[in-house]
Structure formats: C-alpha cells, structure tokens
Write a protein of this length. Structure first.
Length: 264
C-alpha cells in the first residue's frame, strides 16, 4: 500500500478563495500600517533656517493610538514593506498556478508564511545597513524612509535571492559547519509541474533533498539540470524522450516521480 503524501493533491476552490481573501486582508492592513507609521517630515525652526526632525509621532490605528519614536517607526516600516514585497511575490505566483490549474495544497502554507519571511528579511537587511556592515549610516534622523522601504520591499519580494546573497557574502567570513548525516536528506519527489508536454517544455520538479541533482531522466533519455535547490529542480524535456517515469539522479541515489511524464 502506498502512503499518500500530505498536501500532494490540487487546491480546491474554497482553499483558493480563502487564501486569496486572507492575502487581500493582509495587504490592506500592511498598507494602513505603513501609511500611519510613516515619520513626519522635518519642520522649519523658528529661525527660519534650521530643520527640526520630530522626535515622535502619534500613530492612529483602530482601538490603539501609540506614540512612536522615529527609530521605532523605521523598524515598523521595513517590516511592513518587506511583508508587502513578500505578498507581491505570492500574488504573482498564486495567479500563475491558479490560472494554469497547477496549484498544489502543499504550497498554500508557503504562500501564507512568505509575507512573514519578507518582514524578517527586511528587518535583517535594515539592521545590516544601519549597523554599517555594508555601508556607513548615520542616526535615525538621517535615514531616508523611502529608501529603506524600497529596499525592504525588494528584499521581501526576492527573499530567496537575498538569502543566497547573504550566504555567499558571509561564507567568506564564517567557517562552514561540518556536514553531518542529518544534513543529507534522502531525495524525494512530491510533484512534477507540468506532467505532460512536448520536447523543449520547461519542467519543475518539487520535493526535498534535490540540491545535488546531477541529471533528470525521461524514461531512458537524460536531460541536464538548469536549476537545482533543496526543494526544486528545473529541466527541459529532451528530444527523443518518450512517455514514462521521470527519474532524478543524485549522489545519494535515484528517485522516481509519483506519476509518469507524458511526452506529447
């Protein structure tokens, strides 16, 4: 008896509607928070020349009106902008998979968590910049909120690329951890998108332990890997491939997909 993988089925209509509605609510809340916590512009002093940056601002939210310093407002801004960037990425991916009727239920949790990942990444990048690790920075009054909000939004939208960039930069400063047995995950395929197509079709294989994939076999014909991470592999259907099992080759062994690939 074969055990079904959790979340391997396609998302149902009610799942899609619920996630989409929740994403819209999160977007509206984040926009309101971003507008409300935006720091006030500098005021002209009585002498008519000196600009004075307000030390605090009262934020008006439903059932809550806290007074925030400029420093606190900047922290909230980068987190809200990072989350909005994450939502922008989610919505773009969401409508593509829904439109192609290829959305798996296992991806719904990722869509809900990605805005939080974007908020955390936006905060981390802000701390790196303010800490002077990549460039010198002054006090809170010298920080342009438009600049840090734009950076945080882009970081949230491209969180994966940001993580890879940080890894490449700081890998030269920190000693790599020894690779143990628990780090080498057994390769597993959970989904193939799409499950059919003519030669030349881009195919995305999702699962775990796929980072070290060396090649993909469509039946007996091998195809080179164009992109490989721990959770996905991208390749193209090679010429001469026929309908049959799709197999991923890794140093830890070969693994076959849960359904055959149909060559049209």
């Amino acid at each position: 008896m074969t055990e079904a993988s959790a979340g391997s089925g396609y998302a149902r209509t009610r799942d899609i509607v619920a996630v989409f509605a929740l994403l819209l609510v999160m977007t509206a809340v984040l926009v309101v928070v971003l507008v409300q916590v935006w720091p006030a512009e500098p005021r002209v002093a009585p002498d008519g020349h000196t600009e004075v940056t307000p030390a605090a601002k009262t934020v008006h939210l439903p059932w809550w009106s806290p007074s925030m310093s400029r420093e606190t407002s900047l922290f909230v801004i980068v987190m809200a902008a990072g989350a909005l960037g994450g939502i922008a990425h989610v919505l773009r991916s969401f409508y593509w998979y829904v439109g192609n009727r290829a959305l798996r239920r296992s991806w719904l949790l990722m869509y809900l968590l990605l805005p939080f990942v974007g908020a955390l990444f936006g905060l981390i990048v802000y701390l790196v910049v303010r800490g002077g690790l990549t460039s010198p920075a002054g006090g809170a009054s010298d920080v342009n909120p438009y600049g840090i909000a734009a950076i945080a939004a882009l970081v949230g939208q491209f969180s994966r690329e940001t993580a890879e960039k940080f890894r490449s930069v700081f890998a030269t400063l920190l000693a790599p951890a020894p690779r143990g047995r628990d780090h080498a995950l057994t390769p597993r395929i959970s989904a193939i998108e799409p499950v059919s197509g003519p030669p030349g079709t881009m195919v995305t294989i999702r699962g775990t332990g796929l980072e070290s994939t060396t090649s993909v076999r469509f039946g007996t014909v091998r195809s080179p890997v164009t992109d490989a991470t721990d959770t996905l592999v991208r390749t193209t259907v090679p010429a001469g491939a026929g309908t049959g099992p799709l197999t991923v080759d890794t140093p830890a062994g070969a693994v076959t997909g849960p359904e055959p690939f149909t060559v049209e």
